[in-house]
Design a protein around this ligand. Structure first.
Ligand code: ADP
Length: 642
């Protein structure tokens, strides 16, 4: 009859299956945790994006409200400078512009390097300079020409032109100092020549040139520098071309002017563009308005009507101060994406600025996409998962340990049964043979018959001892062993045991050397013990010393008293015990590897009994051993109280 499959599978394989199962369970649990964390994270990111979306929508709505307010506010910008209450409605640091029939007004004041508004040029009085021209150009009578011009310097309409001509004639007639002075008096004039160039600018520029020609370079460059400053101050309303020409002339006048400041150029260009828009609006009869981002990130808002154009130019950081995020969004950052730039990740939300009538997009990002509650939840989840994993692995380990211990005990027990059977079999076989020979009267020689009886006695005793040992061991294990503790002299008991043992030892060629010394001053070696149990313990140690000494035929028994304890050592120079086995050999059924390999018979309960007995007597057993050198087992028992 074949056994069922399950019982045919060896226990070791079950253990492997169990371990595999635990490993699978642990892996599944790890996988489950990872999946849960992933899902939790994506859910949390989704929530974060929704929140970002809400924050972005709110911020954009508020931004377009602010821009709308500004646009409306611009309609009220009719008087210049704007009233403080009107200014308060706009951003700090903004520049206000008003272009109308009255010209271009800027608040706070900013220089316009050039202006789109043509200057008002008063026409010359016809024929006023004919006489002077004739004297100067045809007749080269310079003194008379100057004299003819002098009266004209007294009339406001002809004064600047007359001074300009006088200076020119003075220059021609080598009266350079006079020319320089005349140009100087002309620099304070505000009128324009017929081409629209201010007389003051013409005079300043001519003075510089004259100084250069006279070799007075230092004075020339001081004057040129002053001219440069006045050009940058927007002192004269020049056209773009006039400004560029006068600026380039500075180099020729002996100073390195470089490029005019970009900011001032940009602002003047912007004003020119706005002026053009107003012109177009005026001619088309429309009232356009608009919002534009400038290259430097500042914002331009403008409204035009038939009366004029009002504009507001913010500082470049206007968006930082205007875009307001909800108070609970300190973790949210934003950035402006200009048209054409890419952006946007899983963690960001972008919104077009079209709602605020502006180009580009705004990108919002939370620097803390996982909320505090979520990270707490994740910590809890991780903690729980770690605990579960610990429980799974821990219980797997406990079950594994329990099963392997059981397997080991089962193995030890089966070894024990085999060893005990073996121990019984050999004396029984001998007994049977001798008994048969005696029963059949086949041993005729009297001395051999007596020898057989001695042998029978010896083997029966051995069997008896073996059975007693086993029974006693059973009692000790179950806690039923009754000890009769009485005071005995430890050394006397050891001597008696050694004496009993000597005959057996000598039969195997061993000698036992006992050295039991009570140190001077020490009290007697009296201990309270169960005599039989004590002798059995010492006997077991002696048995082992002989059994495991394959070469050296001497066993030493030493006794002394130390620290209120009696120390009895059984020493041999036998095979010794490996470090890893020194603790295990005191457990029941455990036999050393070397002993098993050498085929030395034994049941593995001798030392377990010694340990049980020594502990029952309030003492302990210790071992010192080295493989190939020998072993010393020491019983330490407390001295009996007086
Ligand atoms: P048994 O001797 O029947 O095997 P014990 O419990 O007396 O059982 O001893 C357990 C093991 O301890 C032995 O199998 C042996 O390996 C080791 N052992 C005990 N005494 C000695 C000794 N004196 N020298 C070397 N090994 C020893």
């Amino acid at each position: 009859m074949s056994r069922p499959l399950l019982t045919r599978i060896p226990a070791r394989q079950w253990l492997t299956v169990l371990l595999g199962g635990v490993a699978c369970l642990a892996l599944w649990q790890v996988w489950l945790t990872v999946r849960l964390l992933e899902q939790d994270q994506s859910l949390e990111l989704q929530r974060s994006r929704e929140r970002l979306g809400e924050i972005a929508d709110l911020a954009l709505a508020q931004l377009s409200r602010s821009l709308g307010d500004w646009q409306i506010g611009l309609h009220e910008l009719n008087a210049f400078p704007p009233s403080p209450s009107l200014r308060a409605r706009f951003l700090k640091g903004a520049t206000f512009l008003r272009i109308s029939q009255d010209g271009i007004q800027v608040f706070p004041q900013r220089p316009l390097l050039f202006t789109p508004v043509p200057p008002v040029v008063h026409p010359q009085t016809p024929g006023a300079f004919d006489v002077a021209d004739k004297l100067e150009l045809r007749e080269q009578q310079y003194d008379r020409a100057i004299a003819a011009l002098q009266p004209l310097t007294l009339r406001p309409q002809t004064r600047p032109e007359a001074l300009l001509r006088i200076a020119r004639i003075q220059n021609k007639s080598s009266l350079q100092e006079g020319a320089l002075n005349t140009y100087k008096s002309l620099t304070s004039e505000t009128a324009f020549d017929p081409s629209g160039t201010p007389y003051a600018l013409l005079a300043a520029s001519a003075r510089c040139r004259l100084l250069m020609n006279l070799g007075r370079r230092q004075e020339a460059s001081i004057e040129a520098d002053a001219l440069r400053t006045r050009l940058l101050d927007g002192r004269w309303p020049l056209s773009r071309e006039a400004f560029d020409y006068r600026w380039s002339e500075l180099d020729r006048l002996g100073i390195a002017a470089g490029s005019p400041p970009k900011q001032a150029i940009d602002f003047s260009t912007l004003v020119a563009q706005l002026y053009n828009r107003w012109q177009i609006a005026q001619s088309s009869g429309t009232s356009p308005s608009g919002r534009e981002s400038q290259p430097d990130s500042s914002l331009l808002i403008w409204n035009s009507t038939s009366n004029g154009l009002s504009a507001l130019l913010t500082l470049p950081d206007w968006l930082d101060t205007t875009l307001k995020l909800a108070p609970n969004s300190t973790d949210v950052h934003w950035k402006l994406l200009l048209p054409g730039t890419s952006g946007g990740t899983d963690l960001t939300v972008t919104r077009s600025m079209a709602e605020a009538q502006l180009p580009g997009r705004l990108e919002f990002l939370s620097i803390q996409p996982i909320s505090g509650a979520a990270s707490n939840r994740r910590m809890l989840l991780l903690g729980g998962a770690a605990l579960m994993l610990l429980v799974i692995l821990g219980s797997g380990y406990v079950v594994y340990r329990a099963i392997s211990r059981e397997l080991r005990v089962a193995q030890l027990q089966s070894d024990f049964v085999a060893a005990v059977s073996h121990e019984f079999r050999s004396p029984l076989t001998t007994l049977r043979t001798i008994t048969e020979l005696l029963a059949q009267n086949r041993i005729s020689d009297e001395s051999r018959r007596r020898q057989s009886y001695v042998f029978l006695d010896h083997e029966t005793n051995r069997l008896h001892r073996l059975v007693e040992d086993l029974l006693d061991f059973g009692r000790m294990e179950s806690g039923r062993k009754q000890y009769r503790f009485e005071p005995h002299d430890a050394f006397d008991l050891v001597r008696a045991t050694v004496n009993d043992f000597t005959e057996h030892a000598e039969a195997q060629g061993f000698s036992v050397e006992a050295d039991l010394v009570t140190p001077e001053g020490a009290s007697a070696s009296t201990i309270r013990v169960d005599e039989e149990a004590f002798r059995r313990a010492v006997r077991n140690l002696l048995d082992n010393a002989v059994k495991y000494s394959p070469v050296c035929r001497t066993v030493w028994v030493d006794g002394t008293i130390c620290d209120h304890r009696v120390l009895i050592s059984v020493r041999d120079q036998g095979m010794g015990i490996g470090t890893e086995e020194k603790q295990a050999i005191f457990q029941k059924f455990v036999r050393g590897q070397a002993a098993k390999k050498a085929g030395i018979k034994g049941t593995g309960i001798g030392l377990a009994m010694v340990r049980q007995i020594s502990e029952a007597m309030g003492g302990e057993i210790r071992v010192q051993s080295e493989v190939g050198v020998g072993s010393t087992f020491t019983l330490l028992l407390p001295l009996a109280e007086d």
